[in-house]
Design a protein around this ligand. Sequence first.
Ligand SMILES: NC(=O)c1ccc[n+]([C@@H]2O[C@H](COP(=O)([O-])OP(=O)(O)OC[C@H]3O[C@@H](n4cnc5c(N)ncnc54)[C@H](O)[C@@H]3O)[C@@H](O)[C@H]2O)c1
Length: 267
Amino acid sequence: MQLMQDKVVIITGAGREQGMGQAAVHKFAEHGARVVVTDLVRNEQEQANIERVAQQARDLGAEALAIGVDVSNREQVASCVEQVIETFGRVDVMVNNAGTAIGAGPFLEQTDAQWDISYNVHLKGTLYFCQAVIPFMQAQGGGAIVNNASMLGVAAESHTAAYTATKFGVVGLTKTIAAEFGKDNIRCNAVCPGSVATQMQEEGLKQFAEWFDITLEEAWKDAERCALGRSAQPGEVADAMVYFASDMSSYVSGQALLVCGGANPGL
Ligand SMILES: NC(=O)c1ccc[n+]([C@@H]2O[C@H](COP(=O)([O-])OP(=O)(O)OC[C@H]3O[C@@H](n4cnc5c(N)ncnc54)[C@H](O)[C@@H]3O)[C@@H](O)[C@H]2O)c1
């Protein structure tokens, strides 16, 4: 019996190579789940990306579905969950992983667009998916929600205002949902990664290198200030997601778990 045997798991932001969403798809598939691979699909390439990750899950022996969905669009989210229910008849686990680094930048230069996109993707995206899946989880007797927040969801660094403020919001939302739906056997927890070796982190660090007039190598070194002295691999965060999604954490809810290699989270 595998940890996630036949559980139906929706994962957002899962189309990108080397991302935590893709790693989560692989881990859940390896643990016996049926996986729904979702991501923004604005063109053929992005459609091909989610199809490719779904095929990777099938190659690992899992049933898999690929659905294009913008998490900040309530109608698309509702339609995605409808398709999942039509196909699998249930939803056991929701992994809200989609995110954007657009909210990083010098505070005095931050724009409405940076704040709106950060808010819409991190907070409304998580809200919309939770509102869409919770009634099904209630009806079937329980479920687990795992939100990908950040170390910047529990502590702050400079040049990250819109990102940090909305990730703090994700942790707040996580705790509210845990408090409100524990009675329905629905648990809700957040993973809070430090530096993870993904494309988003590479792109973000290029910007930091510019703002602080340092090399990209120096920016990576700075991001990797932690006891373990390295970034996480995406699969190491996905392992924590599987823990929160599985019965291994059956009495754990409303928690924000730092997965940060022993970094000092800061302020
Ligand atoms: N990489 C890090 O160091 C790090 C650290 C802490 C937290 N995080 C968080 O982890 C999560 C995954 O990030 P990642 O580093 O794996 O990067 P990634 O770029 O692989 O993943 C982000 C994904 O979110 C998707 N996305 C963005 N806007 C979307 C929208 N409106 N609708 C649907 N999908 C959307 C992107 O297409 C992408 O696939 C994000 O929430 C990020 O904020 C990352």
